[in-house]
Ligand binder design. Sequence first.
Ligand code: NAP
Length: 259
Amino acid sequence: MDLGIAGKRALVCASSKGLGRGCAEALAAAGVELVMNARGAEALESAAADIRAAYGVPVMAVAADITDETGRQRVLDTVGTVDILVTNAGGPPPGMWTDWDRDDFMMALDANMLTPIALMKALVPGMMDRGWGRVVNITSQSVKAPIAVLGLSNSARAGLTGYVAGTSRQVAPHGVTINNLLPGIHATDRADALDKGVAEGEGISLEEAQARRAATIPARRYGTPAEFGATCAFLCSQHAGFIVGQNILLDGGAVNTVL
Ligand code: NAP
């Protein structure tokens, strides 16, 4: 399917690896020019080079912490204007509800709520002026089905979800859509880190922890960054202009709800 977005320009945050990279690759495959971002310069430059070589689109790479105001401003200064924004950042660590103090919450809110909001505030007005734009926020399945040990993530992402619910309706008249993509478990470094925690806690191997988790998913497997990216690219396509303010689960059926 022609997504109709060849020649558009996208900022994909936190995209040297994992789900962000999946989104960057799928947009590049649709002919979109990219600005990619991550903190580690080496992995970022290498991912950018791979994507340039594979898809022949211009790719800029800005190594910066997107959750830090100075780093974010550096990204925004480089980006200029974009038609497509994919927000993403690392997820907060797991723990018990008694573990977290104000500083922990502020870090989680900064990374997973206030950073995407700041990026939207910076880039959506230009999209509205030009009458076309797409924003996809990578959030989590925990928005629909909170994961007990991820209380920091549950809290911050719930805040972003509420913000998007209202804002997406305010910008839609100007041809700009904002939607959230909610990953269930996907085979990335983040999933590895969570599974290693489970393996250590329960005294089992990493493979056993992965097998046990996969067995709880109706699809009986983890998702892949490529299929996540393909959904993101569709949401950024010309065909998705009527999808507004949605929270779309990609979880292999793990969250057992109807609506
Ligand atoms: P990942 O494989 O660990 O990749 C994270 C990517 O983000 C890397 O490129 C990393 O590069 C970059 N990054 C992290 N923090 C950053 C920051 N502050 N500024 C700029 N770049 C940053 O993670 P993932 O699995 O793709 O997860 C992406 C998001 O989806 C996370 O918020 C995660 O909590 C959420 N999620 C993932 C899953 C899953 O199963 N994978 C499920 C639910 C939710 P650097 O480290 O070099 O910066």
